[in-house]
Design a protein around this ligand. Structure first.
Ligand SMILES: Cc1cc2nc3c(=O)[nH]c(=O)nc-3n(C[C@H](O)[C@H](O)[C@H](O)COP(=O)(O)OP(=O)(O)OC[C@H]3O[C@@H](n4cnc5c(N)ncnc54)[C@H](O)[C@@H]3O)c2cc1C
Length: 391
């Protein structure tokens, strides 16, 4: 294998597979490196499903990313025959006012984005939600936002499809190869791995939760890694159906604390394949090389007791599957997509604070444009690294 490339992409999860595909498609001589063989279950891009929605409650600056991603998912599906995106409709519910989530007032911001970008939606009161989705046990205080074009992505399939396309367009992949350092010498980027050394004009750092290990401490300090758990529960045989035809992707804010939010999906593997749901925790930080993949019986019981049992009819306590996954979170919960503060040859794009998958196809295109054109078509000024450093 040649050791000189135009661009090296470090990490081939959601962001890196998208960037490698987009670069290869533009004819760039690109090398993608990963310590495992993506898709895999050790980072942030596994667990069967990811919610996608167009009116982005985290802020209007994300809407162009997700809209462009919808187009790219379609191109990927056409080129590979893999079904990456399924539209189910998406329900966002809240029973509280003005709570900040992912750095913004999530429910109100969702509605504001839908209005600003003319995204088809309906506002529902608790009675209307109950009538349409009797699977939820409501208190009567809920308000709902229903978006027709929301749905779920298949993260493993999306990564696999983009790596397949990247190779089809001429990318070189180095798998089971761990990058140990990235530096700049004589204006070139030097990437050292556990197997050798490569040189390139540019590098893209998409190492997800491992990003802190490849940055100096003064930059790594802005990224915190949190273990999250996804749970799949079986359903009762009843008139309440949980397959996509009857049940949407959903996000439910039922209280004011950070952990009073949960989200979930329809059953995608048949009626008894399990209904997936999860909450978010920002209390205990972790290390991606030391995190436990085990989900304890106590964790499962606690989740069922606090989140599922009080909020659903028709879901049993039989947990068919549970797995952990990692969030890489910035202080304001927003993304970093920017050049390295000291080395403009290195572009950083990974810390996607638990809500990045839906935007990843467009982020890959943005990264490729930064490399080939020096600028991106979509405005990424809101995702600058400088905003964190200069604060
Ligand atoms: C439980 C959970 C639920 C989520 N739900 C949603 C959702 O519903 N909707 C949504 O839009 N987003 C969601 N997200 C967020 C989204 O999944 C992430 O933002 C996205 O997957 C991050 O991708 P990434 O490429 O940055 O990281 P990763 O997928 O972790 O990729 C990083 C890659 O870099 C490689 N790597 C790291 N270091 C090295 C090294 N030194 N050498 C070689 N390779 C290296 C790793 O092996 C890995 O393959 C969720 C995340 C989690 C964890």
């Amino acid at each position: 294998m040649s050791s000189r490339f135009q661009t090296i992409v470090i990490g081939l999860g959601a962001m890196g597979s998208a960037a490698t595909y987009q670069l290869a498609k533009r004819g760039t001589h690109v090398l993608g490196i990963d310590q495992f063989s993506p898709p895999h279950m050790y980072g942030s891009s596994h667990g069967d499903t990811r919610i996608t929605r167009q009116a982005i409650g985290e802020g209007a600056e994300y809407v162009p990313l997700v809209l462009r991603s919808y187009d790219i998912w379609e191109e990927i599906e056409r080129e590979t025959g893999k079904k990456v995106l399924t539209i189910t409709g998406g329900l966002i519910m809240t029973s509280v006012d003005g709570v900040m989530r992912h750095g913004s007032n999530f429910f109100n911001q969702t509605v504001a984005c839908a209005e600003k970008y003319d995204i088809a939606h309906r506002l529902l009161d608790a009675g209307e939600i109950k009538e349409r989705f009797p699977q939820f046990r409501l208190t009567g205080n809920e308000r709902g936002y229903f978006e027709e074009t929301a749905g779920y992505l298949r993260p493993e399939l999306a990564v696999e499809a983009q790596l397949e396309l990247a190779q089809r367009y001429g990318a070189t992949l180095a798998l089971y190869e761990k990058v140990v350092s990235v530096s700049v010498k004589d204006e070139k980027v030097v990437v050292r791995t556990d197997k050798g050394e490569y040189e390139a004009e540019k590098a893209i750092l998409t190492a997800g939760p491992w990003i802190t290990k490849l940055l100096a401490e003064k930059y790594a300090q802005f990224f915190k890694i949190y273990r999250q758990v996804m749970y799949w529960f079986d359903v009762e045989d009843s008139i309440l159906k949980f397959e996509a035809l009857h049940f949407p992707v959903w996000i439910w804010e039922f209280g004011t604390s950070v952990e009073d939010l949960m989200y979930g999906f329809p059953a995608i593997d048949g009626a008894h394949g399990g209904v997936k749901s999860a909450f978010e925790q920002y209390r205990v930080e972790t290390d991606p090389d030391a995190v436990s993949k085990e989900v304890s019986k106590k964790e499962i019981e606690k989740f069922y007791g606090r989140y599922i049992q009080p909020h659903f009819a028709g879901i049993t306590e039989n947990c068919v599957k549970a797995d952990s996954c990692l969030y890489t979170v910035t202080p304001d919960h927003k993304f970093v997509i920017d050049r390295h503060p000291e080395f403009p040859q290195i572009i950083i794009a990974s810390p996607c604070s638990g809500h990045g998958f839906k935007h990843s196809a467009a982020i890959g295109e943005i990264l490729a444009q930064l490399v080939t054109d020096g600028r991106s078509e979509i405005d990424i000024s809101a995702f600058s690294f400088r905003r964190l450093i200069e604060k």
